[in-house]
Design a binder for this molecule. Structure first.
Ligand code: ATP
Ligand code: MG
Length: 238
């Protein structure tokens, strides 16, 4: 595919699994239980996109839409230091936006259409894609409305990635024991909240200590398989 650019995760093996890194003009979803590293990967990518191209970046800025209040500037500083980048400059190149509810989250993406036309942003992160929608539209009785809004949101994001040649990265927490949550079909592992959206889906699982396992789920253009990476003070590594 032509004109695709790639951003390194910081882990060679995770990059290899992804076919060279996170791709522009596409959406990549990281899903998994709590603590599997979704937010840590997002922090690392917000820094790595700023690297020069020969170091796996795109010499560009990031937008970080934070729905859960888990973004930490201290983590950005640490990851920047680990890469010998000036932490102040790195922080200036991340637009952190706290989304307070699902309506706000969608309004932010609408506004990005204007902003991205004037700025060198190559990565938009939504961490988490689903938390507000789940909280505001709980249970079966709200499922149809939740799906409708989420689909609209996903299409907003996908269109953005295609128009501006940017990478969109979203996270999605899924439950460990789907059987316990049978009343809510979208809480199942790999739950169909975003299962039919285009893009690359990466399942994360815990392993020993700081090790995590990543697996690509139904991506026709990528080989099946899984790999191990570690979460460190300096970001995501092999
Ligand atoms: P949730 O679904 O609850 O949002 P998550 O998948 O986003 O979870 P993260 O917050 O990305 O999970 O991962 C948390 C893990 O990251 C911690 O368990 C810890 O092991 C690791 N971690 C966080 N900060 C550091 C750090 N400074 N150095 C090393 N590891 C860290
Ligand atoms: Mg998180």
């Amino acid at each position: 595919r032509l004109n695709i650019h790639k951003i390194t995760t910081g882990s060679k093996s995770l990059d290899d699994l992804l076919g060279g890194g996170i791709e522009t003009r596409d959406m990549t979803e990281f899903f998994g239980e709590y603590g599997t590293g979704k937010t840590q990967i997002c922090h690392a990518l917000a820094v790595n996109v700023q690297l020069p191209e020969d170091k796996g970046g795109l010499n560009a800025k990031a937008v970080y839409i934070d729905t859960e209040g888990t973004f930490r500037w201290e983590r950005i500083e640490q990851i920047a230091r680990g890469l010998n980048l000036d932490p102040d400059k790195v922080m200036e190149n991340i637009y952190w936006i706290r989304a307070v509810n699902s309506h706000h989250q969608m309004a932010i993406v609408d506004q990005l259409y204007d902003m991205l036309s004037k700025d060198n942003v190559k990565l938009v992160i939504v961490d988490s894609l689903t938390s507000h929608f789940r909280a505001e539209f709980p249970g079966r009785e709200n499922l149809a409305m939740r799906q409708q809004l989420l689909n609209k949101h996903l299409h907003q994001l996908i269109r953005l990635s295609e128009i501006y040649d940017i990478a969109v990265v979203v996270t999605n927490q899924v439950m460990a024991r789907p059987d316990v949550f049978y009343g809510d079909p979208t809480s199942a592992v790999g739950g169909n909240i975003v299962a039919h959206a285009p893009g690359v889906r990466v399942q994360l699982k815990r392993s020993r200590g700081n090790k995590r396992i990543a697996r690509i789920v139904d991506a026709p253009h990528l080989p099946e398989g899984e790999t191990v990476f570690v979460i460190t003070e300096y970001g995501i590594k092999d």
